[in-house]
Design a binder for this molecule. Structure first.
Ligand SMILES: [Ca+2]
Ligand SMILES: [Ca+2]
Length: 357
């Protein structure tokens, strides 16, 4: 009783008020620090915008492949079940929401350990990404197929927050696809979002948008009525991109019309990482129902880590050299590599992601 009276006394109330006010005053700088360093505002509705892909059977791959694109054949029948798919590539704003919620640090933001990679040159142990640089006077056909291509420069400090290296920023690019991530990074995002990466077969079924045996996600012609329908490279690769499609680098998502399922930028802009390991000969042995890719990844550089599938081509694909913004095109990306031409989008199974808690 005495204790209650004491707690209710004017002196006690004044003391409590003083303690609370002091605590608030002391926490003010901390709150201010977090406020000033907060991630940009994110529209939560935008994070989960997905469309239903009905599933079915389709002819996967490219018919009559040429010598430069043998990995696209043979064409084979594949069935996939229905699934939800992000209507755009995952954006910087969406990835920022993930980092804000989890504190996740991407691979490009971390230095590698010399003990774990004893043969790597010191400059490659710094955190960073492979960044495209224009090169003059190079015939890309004489440069081989992988490793040491002269237009790829390892850039220390090139991360999803600073895609061109230290000093660059995504502040004005929050609606651009997030780049400079590894497969492990995008997998972490997908898990956090309650989603997953698409299998390669799911990706191609969705990208075809209900069309059959067409070379492009929009149909038969590369430029119907002279119009560019995705963000890729015009001009001489790797020296000069004229940007006739409106963009000389990565474009904001949904800058071009969607495909038949309402998916934006499945062709071009940034490559999209899939769940599967990659192998150029996998189509020769692929199962016909919900294929999951080979058991291990193609490893031409013998890094010991293997490659995952990337699909759709990017802002760097021209018609003469790469030409991989076609819907049947496929390529591998080393599991540990982050670059400024690869991103991702997610898929999910029933029930609809918005119904989950
Ligand atoms: Ca372009
Ligand atoms: Ca894309």
């Amino acid at each position: 009783m005495e204790t209650t009276e004491e707690a209710d006394s004017p002196a006690a109330r004044a003391r409590t008020t003083l303690i609370v006010a002091t605590a608030c005053f002391m926490l003010l700088p901390v709150g201010l620090f977090y406020w000033m360093n907060r991630a940009p505002a994110v529209d939560p509705a935008n994070v989960c915008k997905m469309v239903w892909i009905p599933g079915g059977e389709f002819r996967m791959g490219t018919g009559n492949v040429d010598d430069k694109h043998k990995e696209e054949g043979p064409v084979h029948n594949v069935q996939v079940k229905g699934f939800w798919m992000d209507e755009t590539e995952v954006t910087n704003a969406q990835f920022a929401a993930f980092v804000q919620a989890t504190g996740y640090v991407t691979d490009a933001e971390k230095d590698l350990s010399a003990a774990e990679f004893p043969n790597a040159p010191a400059e490659y142990l710094k955190g960073g990404s492979l960044i495209f640089k224009r090169v003059q006077g190079v015939d890309p056909f004489q440069c081989g197929t992988s490793g040491n291509l002269p237009w790829w420069k390892f850039t220390a400090g090139a991360t999803w927050r600073t895609p061109e290296g230290p000093g660059s920023s995504i502040e004005q690019r929050m609606n651009h696809p997030v780049i400079c991530l590894t497969w492990k990074d995008v997998h972490a995002f997908a898990t956090w979002a309650g989603k997953r990466l698409p299998t390669e077969a799911e990706w191609e079924f969705a990208a075809r948008g209900g069309l059959k045996d067409m070379p492009y996600v929009w149909g038969a012609e590369e430029r119907p009525n002279g119009k560019y329908l995705c963000n890729h490279w015009q001009g001489t690769f790797p020296a000069n991109d004229t940007g006739e499609d409106g963009f000389q680098s990565v474009a904001p998502v949904a800058s071009f019309p969607p495909n038949g399922y309402g998916l934006y930028d499945v062709a071009g802009n940034v490559w999209e990482m899939c769940e599967d390991w990659y192998h150029p000969d996998f189509y020769k042995i692929s199962p016909a129902v919900n294929p999951l890719g080979p058991a291990i990844g193609f490893d031409p550089e013998q890094t010991g880590f293997g490659q995952h599938v990337i699909r759709g081509g990017s802002w760097l694909c021209d018609v003469g050299y790469c030409f991989r913004f076609r819907v049947g095109s496929r390529q591998g990306l080393d599991a540990l590599t982050s670059t400024n031409h690869a991103g991702f989008r997610c898929v999910a199974d029933r029930p609809a992601p918005s119904a989950r808690k």
